[in-house]
Structures are given as structure tokens and as C-alpha cells.
Design a protein around this ligand. Structure first.
Ligand SMILES: Cc1cc2nc3c(=O)[nH]c(=O)nc-3n(C[C@H](O)[C@H](O)[C@H](O)COP(=O)(O)O)c2cc1C
Length: 174
């Protein structure tokens, strides 16, 4: 099968990861896939904050759990993946969500192509845009006119995710 189609068909949201890190080479290729994603008007404004440090991630997770009414359950929004990539875009740019969405899927497909698992994470968006979450933007060194758009948890797959059915009746052919 065509390699690109194999990766598109094969990608599943992975929610069970091995604790070990992915290689620097794989991470670099996956980040390149994000950088090479198309952006509206070729603005290339999306920023990628990569967290591989468990202490930093645990701090973010504790902050999120303190704000989320699911408490301890909310802690594991990253599914304990060894890498988490936060994507940010300018608040005022109307295509930030789309640009980051394309970049995150490019990275998810690249991960699949490299035999790694990933899952797109949106559950932290309200938190990341609150005062408690915005402090992290400062710590990452992002400009004040940026906000969080979407995240990607990434790592080696511990348990594969079962395939789910795809509703194919959504195409209108004229
Ligand atoms: C915009 C967006 C936000 C998502 N947020 C989360 C999330 O916060 N946590 C999570 O476990 N999965 C999240 N997912 C993954 C979806 O649940 C998943 O893609 C969907 O169930 C289909 O499964 P599949 O990716 O294995 O095909 C998100 C996916 C998208 C596209």
C-alpha cells in the first residue's frame, strides 16, 4: 500500500505508553512534520513547546487537576506519554486553530510512519487559556498575544488502540 495512505489508515489515538523516551532523531522528524505543515498566508506563526521533563509535566498536570472539576482523573490528560507537544498560535490570527490543527495531524501521521503512538489533546484548552494556564506560556517564553490551541502526546506504544468504524457516508459526490 502507498506509504502515506498506510500511515493515515494506521494512525490511532494511543492512550497507553511505555515510559522510555523516543529517540532525538524521531522527535526531530516529527517536529519537522509540524514545521512543514502549510499555514494560512504562509504566516508560520504556530509555536511548538516540547516537554520531555517529567517534573515539568507533573507540575502542569497538578495545575490542571486543581482547576478541573474531575480532580485527580484530570491529571492524566497526557496519558503519561514521555513527550508532550503544546501548540500555540496568535490570539488575533483567525487561522490559528486551523494552522495548529494541520500541524498536529502532520505530526501524528509522522509519528505513525515512524512506528510511534500519539494522541491529539484538546481537553486542556480552557485551562491553558485561564490565568492558571497562561503562567505556563510565560514559562515557555511565548509572547503575550499567543494562546494554546492544541496538544500532542507522543511515545512508544504500550497497548495498541483497537480500530473503530469510520462513517463513510459523509461524502457528497456531485
Ligand atoms: C481536536 C481534538 C481534540 C482531542 N482531544 C482529546 C483529548 O483531550 N484526550 C484524548 O484522549 N483524546 C483526544 N482526542 C482524540 C479523539 O478522541 C480521537 O481522535 C477519536 O476518538 C478517534 O479515534 P482515533 O484517533 O483512534 O481514530 C482529540 C482529537 C481531536 C481531533
Amino acid at each position: 500500500m502507498n506509504e502515506v495512505m498506510r500511515a493515515i489508515y494506521g494512525r490511532r489515538s494511543t492512550r497507553s505508553y511505555l515510559p522510555e523516551q523516543i529517540s532525538d532523531e524521531s522527535l526531530s522528524l516529527i517536529l519537522d512534520a509540524g514545521l512543514w505543515a502549510p499555514t494560512a498566508r504562509n504566516m508560520q506563526e504556530i509555536r511548538f513547546a516540547v516537554v520531555r521533563n517529567a517534573d515539568i509535566m507533573n507540575e502542569i498536570k497538578a495545575d490542571f487537576a486543581a482547576c478541573d472539576d474531575r480532580g485527580a482523573l484530570a491529571r492524566d490528560f497526557d496519558h503519561n506519554a514521555p513527550v508532550f507537544i503544546f501548540l500555540f498560535g496568535p490570539k488575533a490570527w483567525p487561522y490559528s486553530e486551523i494552522d495548529a490543527g494541520i500541524a498536529v495531524e502532520n505530526m501524528a501521521i509522522a509519528a505513525e510512519g515512524l512506528g510511534l503512538g500519539s494522541v491529539i489533546i484538546g481537553v486542556i484548552r480552557d485551562f491553558m487559556r485561564s490565568a492558571a494556564g497562561e503562567k505556563w506560556l510565560k514559562r515557555f517564553g511565548l509572547p503575550e498575544d499567543y494562546h494554546f490551541v492544541i496538544g500532542l502526546a507522543l511515545g512508544k506504544i504500550k497497548s495498541p488502540t483497537p480500530v473503530h468504524p469510520i462513517a463513510g457516508d459523509r461524502i457528497i459526490m456531485l
